[in-house]
Design a protein around this ligand. Sequence first.
Ligand SMILES: [Zn+2]
Length: 858
Amino acid sequence: MKQQYKSYDEGCAFLEECVQKYPDLITVENIGTTWENRPILLATISLHVAYANLKPALLYTGTAHAREWIGHELGIDFIDYILSNHQNNPEILETLTHNTLYLVPCLNPDGFEYSRKHFSFWRKNRRDNGDGTFGVDLNRNFSVGYNKSTFTAGNTYSGPHPFSEPETLAIKKFVDSHANITLALDYHSQGNVFFPAHKFNHESEIEGTDMNTLCANMNYHIHKITGREYGINRGKPPTKLISGSGREYYYEQGILAIVVEVGTRNIPDYIQNMSESVNENIPALLYALGEAKSYGETAPKRVSNFHIDSFSSNSCSLKWEYDSNPSVYFKIYRNLNNKMSCNHSSLIATTCNMEFIDENLKSGTMYFYYIRAINKLSKTKSPFAPKVKLKTLLGDAEFSRTIFPHASDIGYVAEKSPEANHGHFGVQSLKVGVSQGRGISYGIMRFDLSSIPEDAIILETKVSLYPLNRVSAKIEKYGEWSLSIINQDSISNIRDFEQVHQAKHIKTIGGSIPSEKLTQGIWSHWDCNEFERKIIQSQLKRQSMILKLEGPTVLPIGRDSQLMVFDLGYGNAGGGLHYRPSIDIKYTVPSKEISIELQNSMTIAPEEIVHDSMACGFNKDDEKIYAYMSFDLSKLPDPDESIITDAWIEITNTSTVKKTVDIRYNVEFVDLEEFSYQDILERERIEFIGYEVSSAELGKKKKHHFLFDHYSKLALEEKQRLGEEAKFVIHPTSTLCRDHLIKWSHKGKKAAKLMVKYIKRRKHPLPSVVNLQCKVENKLVKLTWDKIEDNDLVGYYVVRNRWHTPKSPFDGVKLYAGLDNYTFDNFGSTKMDKYFAVFTYDNVPNFSQASEIQYKAK
Ligand SMILES: [Zn+2]
């Protein structure tokens, strides 16, 4: 099992060979000597390597933990790949022209050799602690957050003082003396996940978008090779900072630093798993190396104040600021999920302007926007501005709900813990899959649907779960996780394993997610198709729905666990309320129909006006004869409380038609006060209603429907609001036909009616709050505002953003939603400037314009 892996000596020998073979590309130096007298080798790779230190650089470190062999293996193979392909791969050559790679394949040679020869699961270095124990955890021995421990036998013993170990001291000295390092990747195992650094001050960092996007773009390359998607987990507050780790030390020096946890085992099957891990990481590493210069001194400056200026249900206007610079342009990227790649696959605009309008968006949908500046000549990219997040407004007839299960209605039930299952609800996390200890384990959750009307028509449904960690999912590419709607009659107790196990599935929803795509730190979504939505719709009359989440149910020989862990949002193992599972439902309701009788009608010809008659065509002198009709709109519901979903005019013609005559008739929505023939000729047209009908069509059908378009429906509502009639003219056109009249009404029969379908729904948001203030109280920022007195108010929605004014309630961290007229910025820092916005919302919900305030730290 271990034989195919390279030893430390073999790695060193390989590096020396490379220096012989490619002296212009690689140098190798010894940056320190271990307790057991092994050299710690660092390779420098760049085109014209003598100038390497003048270029922006990526620092690679591997195998700081002895048993995590991927670092050494990948480091050596990456060097081999670059050197042996640089001549025939222009991308490598280009990358090495502008960037430098510093690579330490193994930061812990003594521990690595001990792990290879003696004890596979050894983690620390080989310091003699003098008390019969050996080893210091190198990744606890750096200075940032260093936590002195005395338990020398422990796996995470941090050593007598920061940098007490030759290995950590060596890399510290190297980093301190190489200010050109802009990126640091520290390779560990296991979990298939990126862990970017953080500063643990409970606020987003200016480099947050950079680090997440670097990981997402690396993920793009990984996915191309193996279909795998790594997690991107930036460790959110209040997660505990790892004390004394290299990553946080590098980050403190201004380097973007990321730990990459590869694989699902420390020393996996070489041919099946390790080679796959290496193969998928090489293109990702090459990409990362090329990004070093984006963070170097010659890179363009980051765009500032990238923000939403305005948005609607289908468009968004973005603005930003940049010091005037003719050699710079901007690239804008858009994604539908957080932590997705920003490259050609998501690029939506290239512009020199300082604003961009994105159109053709979907209503009620979340979008993520990114921007970077590019130098026209050097093609060097800038760092990213902090991302902008938006949820477009709902469509006219749409409502939406985000529903979270109550704490007592979500948990997991495991086969081998019948006594304990009851206690799994509302605490800790969802553990789903199979393990030797627990047997089969299901997640189960009940959603309260009572806030959605029973007759709702569901337009979109998305279930979202947040995978927490993959440490219990130990087998590569094994198992799928799927969600099913459960027949509620087949289960009475969701905390009973047997009942959950036996419960009847109505339907699996949204497809299943295979293990390699369940990624920690990135939301998993299950989207429902129409058939699945109809089943959810059928659950509305029960006012609740039960979903069961299941993974694999059997384990291969010799394996002990394949459990995926999802955040509950409750309990101290979770990330808090923002990480609760949820179901998003967009819906509409059935419309009501009103039929409005004709109010007035006229036939308006040059020679006379005939009341209570509708005829239209041409007279003997080839002059047009118009029909006029109007409708009283007072029967329609209040336009502020309703939406017209459909409107049409139905007209019945009574006269016979000559089929050979080519006349066409238009219905026009008009503004008309006087009715002389001259007034008709000079009429002000609002819009055409529907399409023309021809004489021939009139012969075929007695009834004709003229449909209102979107604009005409709005015009109809406007007429109603003003208390005016809706007026229409039927207007004939012809190329050569003459002397022909169509009678639409006859002998006092009413020829036309206006049909309107509508739903009850508030159209406009409530007013914004006034008198928004912030001050520090009990070491927290407290926001207060004046109450809005309105029966339709459902609540106030408060959001925080450290970088720009949040114009959308979703552009930042949600602090509060409810009816109080104050909130605290819990977990936030009082020592940093930031922006807050408060929105009011009704039951649609329509959100008001933002009331904004900037908090200035002293
Ligand atoms: Zn590690």
